[in-house]
Design a protein around this ligand. Structure first.
Ligand SMILES: Nc1ncnc2c1ncn2[C@@H]1O[C@H](COP(=O)(O)OP(=O)(O)OP(=O)(O)O)[C@@H](O)[C@H]1O
Length: 404
């Protein structure tokens, strides 16, 4: 059999499923077990895929965690073989045109549980975004890509607070902490998740930028917008609970355990307010564009084919007629506008999000969280936010309509 297409005499490459900064993922046929699997191969030959496989091994057994079947080496690279899954939320959103609020809340509930599970195993994901949630069998969302996941509990101790760290994650979904060089902890996975929730509703984040800009520029522009944007602009068309969620997340201390149940309650309160009862995610596991089948190609041709399949995928998404999109909150038959964000201005809001970061330095020069909180007093006015959160929480929990 052709060496170019069969890895280690066992995995026959059939199509490319995706490509990221670290790995290239193929649909392959396992010639021994005779079923399709996904094979992620290291692009940089730095062994990062094996590191990821090590983490994935520790996470095995959790709901929505891809099964790890095998790991191996080729003469030039390393790879892992995992369960094959469907399209990512980002691809599925493009092809579907938009998600209804029922779907978004169900996605958020599943995503909270995935993150909670990863945290329960001592890891933070550090790159939460729609591209990392893949649709699996039985409408289960799978969390993938543990390439930059990190242990936050070592020898039963939480990792220590650090500033002046390099940025981590993807610019569009990175938390403010990542922008200002604060070491990431559990809270940051959820800040990214709130941004993801906004994206799923708006199909847009206010800091999306021209892809051609260089990375430093993108990161610094995105930081400024994340820092300065008003609640109204950020959460436009979103349920007010998203704003409360961000406010709560940003009030958490570095080592603090997020209240996962509270986060779920917030999402469930959206469902209760809107009387959303359907538990059908409405996303199709197999609804992705048919894979490009690769036949008898040498390596160069294979590469070309993969590049063109990328382009094809892009233009396919462009060509696809967009379904008419009902703006949430402006539905003629069921006017939900009061349920969605017409939230008060920052001054009026009891549960205000972080407020603005004063000062423009993106490089805090201190080593201590309290000092940093003094530098960014409004942004990190934890006491104020914590009080708001606590009073909200007690009201919220005593309110029967919010209970499921
Ligand atoms: N198990 C899988 N089944 C199907 N498709 C997959 C699977 N794993 C990954 N993919 C596809 O491949 C893409 C890239 O995978 P992944 O995110 O693991 O690579 P990466 O190089 O680590 O990416 P990044 O640069 O975002 O960190 C995913 O967005 C997804 O579309």
């Amino acid at each position: 059999m052709d060496e170019d297409k069969v890895i280690n005499h066992r995995y026959q490459i059939q199509a490319e499923l995706g490509k990221g900064g670290y790995g290239q993922v193929f649909k392959v046929l396992d010639l021994v077990k005779r079923f399709d699997v996904a094979l992620k191969i290291d692009i940089n030959s730095k062994g990062s895929v094996l590191q990821e496989a090590k983490i994935l091994k520790e996470l095995q057994g959790g709901e929505g965690i891809p099964k790890l079947y095998d790991t191996g080496k080729t003469p030039t690279s390393t790879y892992m073989v995992i369960q094959i899954l469907g399209p990512s939320l980002s691809l599925s959103l493009k092809t579907m045109g938009s998600y209804n609020i029922n779907t978004v809340t169900l996605i958020m509930l599943q995503a909270i549980s995935r993150i909670e599970y990863v945290h329960s195993k001592g890891y933070i994901h550090r790159d939460i975004k729609p591209q990392q949630f893949l649709i699996g069998p039985q409408s289960t969302l799978y969390l993938v890509d543990f390439g930059i996941a990190k242990k936050f509990i070592i020898d039963n101790c939480h990792i220590s607070f650090q500033s002046q760290c390099s940025r981590v994650g993807s610019c569009s979904y990175a938390s403010i902490n990542s922008h200002i060089g604060i070491r990431l902890s559990r809270r940051d996975d959820f800040e990214s998740l709130v941004y993801m929730g906004i994206f799923l509703i708006r199909k847009f984040l206010p800091w999306f930028q021209d892809k051609r800009l260089d990375d430093n520029r993108k990161w610094s522009n995105a930081f400024q917008i994340k820092r300065d944007i008003s609640e109204q602009d950020l959460f436009h068309s979103c349920p007010k609970q998203f704003a409360i969620m961000l406010s709560y997340i940003r009030s958490l201390k570095f080592e603090e355990r997020p209240d996962y149940e509270y986060l779920r309650e917030l999402i469930n309160s959206i469902r209760n307010e809107l009387s959303l009862t359907s538990t059908v995610l409405g996303l199709n596991f197999v609804s992705r564009k048919p894979y490009t089948v690769i036949v008898k190609k040498n390596e160069d041709e294979l590469k070309k084919l993969m590049d063109s399949s990328h382009e094809e995928m892009k233009s396919h998404n462009k060509r696809r007629p967009k379904k008419s999109r009902t703006l949430i909150g402006h539905n003629k038959n069921n006017d939900l506008s009061d349920k969605f964000l017409k939230i008060p201005t920052m001054k009026e809001s009891r549960y205000s999000i972080s407020g603005n970061v004063s000062g423009s330095s993106t490089k805090p020069i201190t080593q201590n969280e309290e000092t940093i909180r003094n530098i960014y007093p409004e942004f990190t006015n934890r006491k104020k936010l914590f009080n708001s959160y606590n009073s909200f929480k007690s009201q919220f929990r005593s309110n029967s309509i919010c209970k499921t």
